[in-house]
Design a protein around this ligand. Structure first.
Ligand code: NAD
Length: 354
């Protein structure tokens, strides 16, 4: 199969590209604008010609149409997006142009290309849109997001992702484009840009910087190891029912404060030599004013993907977090090469999580 991946230089997109190159024989075209969040250093060198990269912005409609014509994909995995909630609060414009308009451009380029395919190729074509559980908004203390939960996004980021989900559904209903949507919980693992909670905490702790936590730190997120997500996406792409939505999660709810403390504990073992003046890593913890509109809890009901497609997560949070911390310690070349972006918490005086 010839698979077009958008956002393949980002955190989850690069995990998907690495999965496809390692576990399948498909040909992969990675389309990415290489914003601050994208890095080609996240994709290992590939010798056998199965991997192509084109630096393209999904806001460039003509560029996308040309890529569909030249690459002739049999499937699209759409991950390119602006993803950082704090950035969306400060400057929502890029989130609308990339996440909403960019997704519309991609759908239109896909539709025009797909319309001209022979009937059998049209039937086989798939467009998988990757989205977030944040579109469902604040869950409160009880219950879980199912595929039927009403959309109630709280932030400009989640509102823009909700908008893109609606476009994808409309292109299926109106034009018959064979689309699928996944809504996933918070991911963690290697190659995540160090502005999100877990990598930011690891690198700040190692540098002896404050570990700032929003509000009282009791916001609950449902964590999924990124390689489990990549496997789930391939399962949905190859076995999912067209027009359907699948929630993806690992039933792994943790309070932010507990995640930060768990990272500190792992670092005590793996990185006992600290910057001068730092006692225990946990002493670096401090609480700051909460993020505006901060959702208290997200939690996914992932029974549909388990029941229909037989997918289940393999990594548990404790071992996955340990592996993640160890990866950041072993891969300082990677995090030095991507830097911390211009939005590394300090700019707002606030910590980041996704
Ligand atoms: P990321 O920020 O790490 O990567 C996004 C990638 O998209 C980067 O490589 C960036 O260069 C690229 N990109 C941004 N704007 C672009 C544009 N206009 N044109 C082309 N490329 C552009 O994001 P991520 O965490 O890997 O998330 C990937 C997808 O998964 C997103 O759609 C996100 O909404 C969704 N998602 C993420 C999480 C999570 O926890 N990270 C959870 C659920 C869903």
């Amino acid at each position: 199969m010839r698979i077009m991946v958008t956002g393949g230089a980002g955190f989850i997109g690069s995990a998907v590209v690495r999965f496809l190159l390692k576990q399948t024989s498909h040909v992969v075209l990675n389309i990415d604008a290489l914003t601050y969040a994208g890095s080609l250093a996240s994709i290992p060198p590939v010798a056998d010609g199965r991997y192509l990269f084109r630096r393209t912005d999904i806001r460039d409609k003509d560029g996308l149409e040309q890529l569909f014509e030249s690459f002739r994909p049999e499937a699209v995995l759409h991950l390119a997006a602006e993803t950082h909630v704090d950035r969306s609060i400060d400057s929502p414009g890029d989130f609308i142009t990339t996440n909403v308009v960019g997704t519309c451009n991609l759908l239109e380029a896909a539709r025009h290309y797909w319309n001209c395919l022979p009937a059998t190729a049209r039937d086989r074509f798939r467009f998988l849109h990757i989205s977030t559980d944040e579109v469902f908004g604040d869950l409160g203390a009880r219950g879980y997001f199912t595929e039927k939960t009403a959309y109630a996004p709280s932030s400009p980021y989640s509102a823009s992702k909700a908008g893109s989900d609606h476009l994808v559904r409309a292109w299926y209903r109106t034009y018959g484009l064979p689309t699928l949507i996944t809504n996933c919980s918070n991911n963690y693992g290697p190659y995540q840009f160090p502005e999100k909670l877990i990598p930011l905490t690891i690198l700040n702790a190692l540098a002896g910087k404050p570990l700032r936590v929003y509000g009282n730190g009791c916001q609950v997120r449902d964590w999924l190891y990124v390689e489990d997500h990549a496997r789930a996406l391939y399962r949905v792409l190859t076995h999912g029912r067209v027009g359907e939505t699948y929630n993806i999660g690992a039933a792994c709810e943790r309070k932010n404060i507990d995640v930060v403390k768990a990272i500190c504990d792992i670092l005590e073992t793996l990185a006992p030599h600290k910057p001068a003046g730092v006692g225990r890593y946990e002493n670096l913890l401090c609480f700051v004013q909460d993020r505006p509109g901060h959702d208290r809890r997200y939690a996914i009901d992932a029974r549909k993907i388990a029941r229909e497609l037989g997918w289940e997560p393999q990594e548990n949070f404790e071992s996955g977090l340990y592996k993640t911390v160890a990866w950041y310690l072993d891969n300082s070349d990677w995090h030095h090469s991507v830097g911390h972006g211009s939005y590394f918490g300090e700019r707002l005086g606030l910590p980041q999580d996704s």
